[in-house]
Write a protein that binds this ligand. Structure first.
Ligand code: TYM
Length: 332
């Protein structure tokens, strides 16, 4: 008998237009892994509302994120693609896990500290509880592997702790998931402040490349990317801007930083940046065309997310029922 495939779960928030960081840190790895695993790829709309969203924008982006998954090469027949809020088990499991998550664990999260600092007094409890919802996402599917960028590592550690805590408090219930963080592309940096992560929530559009940016915009943003006065293409921490551009090439092309450095010996930043822009454009142009085509066919997308929610609900509900029973809730 064929061995049962191991399970992957991952997701992206439709809280802003997706960036090259989301593409290289997450989606591109999902594509590589999709044949070997049973994959659940989710558009995590409930996570997006932990910060205020304009309803029409949230709806548009939710569909666009789904279209980007498919356009990038995620096979929607082999994998389960769905929208988080369509599977209510996520919210329910999240509450059950919230009751065994410690305040200290949540308030210590780097991302919570960063985001809440910008919000003054009106920090929503959702922002604090966000990692517990993420743990619910992952644990409901008996997930073995979670392919994410580096910034999600701490959240994943909490998911592992909560799984172990529940298993110890009751009896073995959850698989303890492992992170999958690739060697290249796991942390694409801000183009204007290359010591910071590239983020879709940044206020400065020159700091990120969007998956849907036009070739002209990509050329402009890369030409304005902050480098340094050293003037030599090298892969070192002293040149974080250049290092980041090399990382982008490597994550797209699957090559090693040394090879990139070698091929730019004796050349300046202008030539280098021109090539970086063209490599990004070549990668994103076919994705953009497919996204536009898919967004023109809403019925097709609806079919995919409805089927996805059905398949996901089946697995998620089984786990949720187990959790409820073990905790002592009376079966309905
Ligand atoms: P989100 O929406 O912030 O980012 C989605 C994915 O993109 C990765 N990423 C990056 N990778 C490299 N360089 C960057 N600059 C960069 N920016 C973002 C993230 O690491 C992530 O993999 N909480 C998650 C969403 C989530 C989730 C989950 C992920 C909810 N439930 C369950 C995995 C499993 C988040 O906010 O990702």
């Amino acid at each position: 008998m064929e061995d049962k495939k191991k399970v992957i779960f991952s997701g992206i928030q439709p809280s802003g237009d997706l960036t090259l960081g989301n593409y290289l840190g997450a989606i591109k790895n999902w594509i590589k892994l999709q044949d070997q695993y049973d994959c659940f790829f989710c558009v995590v709309d409930l996570h997006a509302i932990t910060v205020k969203q304009v309803p029409a924008d949230l709806r548009r982006r939710t569909l666009e994120v789904l279209a980007i998954y498919i356009a990038s090469g995620i096979d929607c027949d082999k994998n389960t693609l769905f929208i988080q809020s369509h599977v209510p088990a996520h919210s329910e499991a999240s509450w059950l896990l919230t009751c065994s998550t410690y305040m200290g664990e949540l308030s210590r999260m780097t991302q919570f500290k960063d985001k809440s600092q910008k919000m003054g007094d009106s920090i929503s409890a959702g922002l604090l509880n966000y990692p517990t919802l993420m743990a619910a996402d992952i644990l409901l599917y008996n997930t073995n592997l979670v392919p994410v960028g580096k910034d999600q590592k701490q959240h994943l550690e909490l998911a592992r702790d909560l799984a172990q805590r529940f298993n110890n408090a009751y009896s073995p219930t959850f698989v303890v998931p492992e992170p999958y963080i690739a060697d290249t592309g796991a942390k694409i940096m801000d183009l204007q402040e290359p010591t910071k992560k590239m983020s879709k929530s940044s206020d400065n559009p020159n700091s990120f490349i969007l998956i849907m940016d036009s070739p002209e915009v990509i050329r402009k943003k890369i030409s304005r990317a902050v480098t340094d006065s050293i003037g030599v293409v090298n892969y070192t921490n002293d040149q974080p801007g250049v290092k980041n551009l090399i990382d982008i090439i490597c994550a797209i092309k699957g090559c090693a930083p040394e090879d990139v450095v070698k091929s730019y010996q004796g050349k300046g930043y202008a030539d280098f940046k021109k090539d970086v822009a063209e490599i990004i454009i070549e990668e994103l142009t076919p994705v953009q065309a497919k996204v536009k085509e898919l967004l023109g066919n809403k019925n097709y997308l609806e079919d995919i997310y409805k089927k996805g929610a059905e398949k996901a609900s089946y697995v998620a509900l089984k786990t949720l029922r187990k959790m409820q029973k073990k905790i002592g809730l009376i079966p309905r």
